[in-house]
Write a protein that binds this ligand. Structure first.
Ligand code: DOR
Ligand code: ZN
Length: 358
């Protein structure tokens, strides 16, 4: 699975593993290029050990036409940047996009991520269309009717939407990937749906198994994202889901926002944190180093499974140092944004280089 890196004076510390694939990245091009561009985000991805990233369509304008899909693909990038296209036009939740044309232009998946597809009938239609066109839907599961305050999205707002979409996937036969799960109930629901044979996969993100909502009170708006940080019991369940295979993928939900916006009060600050350059070290430190999962399992979560889900073949690799503790410094990030909850923290698992091959 992984080999000790040769040509290195301290070969005991460095190993070579398959490069990672991130199924959930927000680049801010077009529209908010002061936060991130395809170029800056892809450089952060390469520094974080990724060979491929799937970028979400909630830009402005929303990626909902073949021209915009082609535009993203034409931008200069340091790794393979694969666009996801919107499920509904303008991500307004009303009218489906042209899945056929978007797939032809190179959209690798379909998602209204950032927002849920609130109307169940529209989501059912989307799943039927996904079956026809043999494409993947990535669902941002959030029932907004259950959220009374912007800062207190309850677990049921997530898991009731997970339940709805699992049932729709079972009934339509669609391939569904559930984004950024954070609650123990979501893990249970997906575990059961998989037992019934639905074509469902899911992801969580490093912050959902390394931080709790107490860290939001410690860190502030740079630990504020949607879905929010949860309780310790959720963290435990997420780790169990990662261990037992219920959770297929670790993605980052890399969501750059400006210092100016994040300096606002929590009531006004936007949701999201950057994560491309900390995904491996946080995952390695909190999951492998602490004995929750094996190194092989982490490679499955960050590389093999996302490649399988997206149909990517690649022999790109990364060289990592797993034995030397280091301090992450967000000011050195290639991202144009600085909204990380992990700044100045100690980790194991430093990316030394990412080598891109076919
Ligand atoms: O925290 C988040 N940030 N969650 C989302 O669903 C959207 C994302 C963003 O685009 O900033
Ligand atoms: Zn997202």
């Amino acid at each position: 699975m992984f080999v000790k890196e040769k040509n290195n004076t301290d070969s005991s510390n460095t190993i070579r593993i398959p490069a990672f694939v991130d199924m959930h990245v927000h680049l801010r091009e077009p529209g908010q290029t002061h936060k991130e561009t395809v170029f800056s985000g892809s450089r952060a991805a390469k520094a974080g050990g990724f060979s491929h990233i799937l970028c979400m369509p909630n830009t402005s304008p929303v990626i909902d036409t073949p021209e915009l899909v082609s535009y993203i693909r034409s931008r200069e990038a340091a790794v393979s940047v694969l666009p996801a296209a919107a499920v509904t036009k303008g991500q307004q939740g009303k009218e489906l996009t042209d899945f056929y044309a978007l797939k032809k232009a190179g959209a690798l998946a379909f998602s209204d991520d950032g927002s849920p597809v609130e109307d169940k009938n529209i989501m059912r239609e989307a799943m039927y269309r996904a079956v026809e066109n043999e494409v993947l839907i990535i669902s941002h599961c959030e029932d907004k009717s259950l959220i009374s305050s912007r800062l207190q999205s309850p677990p049921e707002a997530e898991y009731s939407a997970v339940l709805r979409d699992c049932e729709l996937a079972e009934n339509t036969g669609a391939r569904l990937h559930i984004a950024h799960i954070s609650t123990k109930e979501s893990v249970d629901i997906i575990r059961n749906a998989k037992k019934k044979g639905a074509k469902i996969t899911c992801e969580t993100c490093p912050h959902y198994f390394s931080l709790t909502r107490d860290d939001f009170f410690r860190v502030g708006t740079n630990a504020m994202m949607n879905p929010p940080l949860r309780k310790e019991e959720d963290v435990v369940a997420i780790k169990e889901g990662l261990r037992d295979g219920t959770i297929d993928v670790i993605s980052t939900d890399h969501a750059p926002h400006s210092v100016y916006e994040k300096n606002q009060a929590p009531e006004f600050a936007p949701f999201g944190i950057i994560g491309l350059e900390t995904s491996f070290c946080v995952s390695y430190t909190f999951l492998v180093k602490s004995g929750i999962i094996t190194f092989e399992r982490l490679i499955s979560l960050m590389s093999e499974k996302p490649k399988e889900i997206l149909g990517i073949k690649s022999s790109s690799y990364v060289v990592v140092d797993i034995n030397t503790e280091f301090i992450y410094d967000v000011s050195c990030s290639y991202s144009l944004s600085r909204n990380s909850p992990f700044d100045k923290q100690r980790f194991y698992g430093k990316i030394l280089k990412t080598v891109l091959e076919d």
